[in-house]
Design a protein around this ligand. Structure first.
Ligand code: HEM
Length: 442
């Protein structure tokens, strides 16, 4: 790939409707829309989603370019304008580069080392409480259960026991906040959904403010993200509103992506009995005397199944950055004001990167094959570069903990109907209903 200057044409445009462009087709099936465009136009093509135009780049060399150009010719905050009414001017939505750097730095350090271990122990407790409530056998709706469990884990690990105890009040408010998310309309129009969004934000702030005040007083508070935030030397002194916004943004981003990815990982594993059997054997070997898998257990076969789910079913349809200037790539001009976009679902199925790419084959990540190491940006389910997901290790731990605990206790039966993707609150997840039968193992 080359980047150079000179007046050049823009990449071929996927034809669309007046005003809407390809919005409807994209909304129906994100990955399918990008895949069809890639097959027709190749690795560099233009799209129009409503009023916004963008260029999609497909392939690991382009990923490298995209991640390296961020905060140079490609810019982030313009893209996250829609989260400002929800969470305020925080993290990657902040227009101030110094604030972005400080907040993103805090996020990266908050999900490592002993803090990560503490969050993982809390996640395991929540998982076992959920399993205890399932009884000996039955049937659950995959998304409903995963969403509920991951929400409880997120409330307890990020906001602490006080908010966890009120999770049933907290959840509908977060849903109102999410329903007010709009990528197109001006965010402060007097529409009912925006009014409900603003009310929800005020009530969430009221709920968390006393907890925050208590945390500021205590240096030995519970081991959750809020505690980390208020005692961080770089960020802890910022206003209550900002810290609350940051914790809600982290919770919102981390919880939706994790429950969607977890649902895909579980369903794909259960649909593939041969790999499932090897994972169950690995889980059984790791079980302690109480029949539980220790949170620090190494489970490489399960980890490979998680990676394969991230490859085949990445939960985010695309990553986008705003072009600050005209950028020229491979004989094309990417105009200032357009977006530059990556699409993990298409890039993860390139045959030149992944062998037999449509096949579910977690062992492609085994050390002797290591297909993801063929390029530093072959697998981009957690994005890359400076804005790579700061919660990736925690997200992996959560998925590992939940699936290992489920398999240690129950035999699961694959859903009778092949799950199709549904797009919901910014992530792609298995459509409901996706019913899974379970029965206690002998
Ligand atoms: C399997 C689970 C997860 C997946 C697939 C995932 C994926 C991603 C991706 C792709 C991005 C970057 C989007 C972009 O470049 O535009 C991102 C950002 C982010 N993720 Fe995750 N994530 C997961 C779990 C988590 C968890 C558990 C947390 C925290 C509890 C978290 C917190 C965040 C935050 C705060 C950001 C914004 C980053 C910033 O401000 O720089 N994520 N995630």
């Amino acid at each position: 790939m080359t980047t150079r200057s000179g007046l050049l044409p823009t990449p071929p445009m996927v034809p669309g409707l007046p005003l809407l462009g390809s919005m409807l087709e994209w909304q129906r099936d994100h990955a399918g829309f990008f895949q069809r465009a890639y097959e027709r136009y190749g690795p560099v093509f233009s799209v129009r989603l409503g009023p916004q135009r963008g260029v999609v780049l497909v392939g690991p060399d382009y990923h490298d370019f995209f991640f390296k150009e961020v905060d140079k010719r490609l810019s982030v905050p313009e893209l996250y304008r829609f989260v400002v009414p929800m969470f305020g001017d925080v993290a990657l939505a902040s227009r101030d580069p110094e604030t972005r750097r400080r907040h993103v730095g805090l996020l990266h350090s908050a999900f490592q080392g002993q803090r990560l271990s503490a969050y993982s122990r809390l996640a395991a407790e929540e998982t076992h409480a959920w399993l205890d409530g399932l009884g000996g056998s039955g049937r659950f709706e995959l998304w409903r259960e995963m969403e509920g469990l991951v929400m409880r884990i997120a409330a307890s690990t990020l906001l602490g026991p006080e908010v966890r105890a009120r999770v049933d009040d907290f959840r509908p408010l977060l849903a109102d906040l999410a329903r007010g998310m709009d990528f197109v309309l001006p965010p402060y129009l007097p529409l009912p959904k925006f009014i409900r969004r603003d009310q929800a934000r005020r009530r969430l702030t009221e709920m968390i403010k006393p907890v925050l005040a208590e945390r500021r007083r205590r240096v030995d508070g519970p081991p959750d993200f809020l505690q980390t935030l208020v005692h961080d030397p770089g960020v802890g002194g910022e206003s209550d509103e900002r810290l609350i916004g940051m914790s809600l943004m982290t919770l919102f981003t981390g919880y939706l992506t994790t429950c969607a990815q977890l649902a895909w990982a579980l369903v794909l594993l259960v649909q593939h009995p041969a790999h499932l059997a090897t994972v169950v054997a690995e889980v059984d070997a790791a079980c302690a005397g109480d029949g539980r898998v220790p949170v620090e257990a190494r489970l490489p076969r399960l980890d490979r199944a998680l990676k394969e789910a991230i490859r085949l079913r990445p939960v985010m349809s695309h990553y986008a950055r705003h072009n600050r200037t005209d950028i020229e790539v491979d004989g094309y001009r990417l105009p200032a004001g357009w977006l530059t976009m990556l699409c993990p679902a298409v890039a993860h199925r390139l045959p030149e990167v992944f062998t037999d790419p449509d096949r579910y084959d977690p062992e492609r990540f085994a050390p002797d094959r290591a297909e993801d190491r063929r390029h530093p940006y072959a697998l981009i389910g957690f994005s890359g570069g400076f804005y790579r997901c700061p919660g990736s290790a925690f997200g992996m731990n959560e998925m590992r903990i939940v699936i290992a605990a489920l398999l240690a206790r129950f035999r699961l039966v694959a859903p009778a109907v092949e799950p199709v993707p549904a797009f919901d609150m910014g992530v792609t997840r298995p459509a409901s209903p996706c019913m899974m039968d379970y029965r206690l193992r002998d």
